[in-house]
Design a protein around this ligand. Sequence first.
Ligand code: MG
Length: 203
Amino acid sequence: MTQKLDPASVKGFLSASEGQMLAKFAGVGQSMGALVEIGAWCGRSALYIASNFAETRQLLFSVDHHRGSEENQPDWEWFDPEVWDEKAGAIDTLPHFRRNIRHAGLESNVVAMVGDAASIGLNWHTPLGFLFLDGNHTMTTALADYRAWAGHVAKGGFLAIHDVFPDPADGGRPPFEVCQRAEKSGLFTRVDEVDSLVVLERL
Ligand code: MG
């Protein structure tokens, strides 16, 4: 790993094992199409995925509205006052994201796409070699992100899903249900998993 900033030092919810698995499949997938992540937060996953991209022309498109999910809002379980923008009266993780990408030396490789992931996905037309779904975990949004983006994954490309908890006691169900939906579609098959990360290959 050549980068200047340890991804584990960046705010986020991804384990090192999960990050390394993402980097591995993004590395294989990059020959099959573009690389996209849904849900950027402060850049931890982008730093892992793009960890070998410095001094190459490889891009990662990182999609997020940067206003946080429900569970990140004030008075919720995962609220972090450091990402609160007083003037906007809203969460703003984009300055944190940009600073971390710059410190990692990856400004030429990680492209921030700021907006609603499902809306962007419906306007996207480039086949994907790697897609990482880690956005909002309400069923409505998780499903909308899946529907807008999964169809773009090229044959042989990878769909990675974070926060897949088979036991409801461990966490919310939508990513698990999206994963099940992908596997039952017959279009994807599970090729690897670690912690709460599942990686599927497009058949
Ligand atoms: Mg996550």
